[in-house]
Design a protein around this ligand. Sequence first.
Ligand SMILES: NC(=O)c1ccc[n+]([C@@H]2O[C@H](COP(=O)([O-])OP(=O)(O)OC[C@H]3O[C@@H](n4cnc5c(N)ncnc54)[C@H](OP(=O)(O)O)[C@@H]3O)[C@@H](O)[C@H]2O)c1
Length: 279
Amino acid sequence: MTKYLIIGKNGQLGTEFVRQLTKNNFDFVAFDHHQLDVSDTYKIVELIEQIKPEIVINTSAYNQVDLAEKNYNLAYKTNGLGVNNLVFACKKYNSLIIHYSTDYVFDGKKDLGLYEENDLVNPLNEYGKSKYLGETFLDNYSNSLLFRTSWVFGEGLQNFIYKFLQWTKNNNTLKVSFNEISIPTSTKTIVDLTFRAIDSGLNGKFHLTNSGCCSRYEYAKYILKISNLSNIIEPVDIASFNLPAKRPGFSAMSNQKLSKELNYLIPEWSDVVKDYLSS
Ligand SMILES: NC(=O)c1ccc[n+]([C@@H]2O[C@H](COP(=O)([O-])OP(=O)(O)OC[C@H]3O[C@@H](n4cnc5c(N)ncnc54)[C@H](OP(=O)(O)O)[C@@H]3O)[C@@H](O)[C@H]2O)c1
């Protein structure tokens, strides 16, 4: 039986992996941040030696986009050095490394169409740069799968749906940006497609998102509609928030490469958001 190691088990994606691996009686070990810091080279090597996993799924990340402008050290240690540690430790056993990156590696200036895997990256903020650094370490390791994803939501408090629904409780009118466009992606879709990719023996870099795309404003309006809420949403320019980290305006990524490889039609973002809000 294949042995899995899950890193970052208490995050949104880690939680969904643990749920699915448990449900399907897989052989796995999972660690949270406290038990295993991905930037701790010695500990990573020691644990990989001990567990000898065939598949390592790294769901850990420093994801605080605005705080990363100040705490860039922590972002680079987790999102960059952490991946290098995994490559270093996994080489000996040729374990498959599965890692996740972000649409924030792009600058949003693409003229036509959704971002594809080989489009030029040009991250605008420290978070995006640290995630891109992690990607480059995986380039040196062929037994790996790199999935770029966007606007992830699942069980947990670090996602737009949760935060937005909290805001609706105290504010009748809410300002949401109209000029941030990407693709809400559910952890259920990510886990499902990751297992399909493992079963198909895929290697390399793929965009893993739900299908379709929307602005943050359209996303918020849809959440209100499905939740039967009557708050008012005012579309505003993201620049009006004066956020510390710059964000790409348009960072929607095409999932066509993955969809074709897996011969599978990836669900629309609106359908998975509806399922999530109805469950
Ligand atoms: N969330 C998004 O919208 C989004 C968008 C694009 C890409 N992604 C990528 O998708 C992946 C999964 O994201 P997610 O939403 O599941 O993230 P998440 O909910 O923020 O979970 C990340 C987990 O990593 C842990 N962690 C942080 N630093 C660590 C370290 N040094 N060592 C070990 N664990 C550490 C965190 O623990 P603590 O909380 O205890 O620190 C947390 O449990 C990440 O690679 C992320 O960059 C996410």
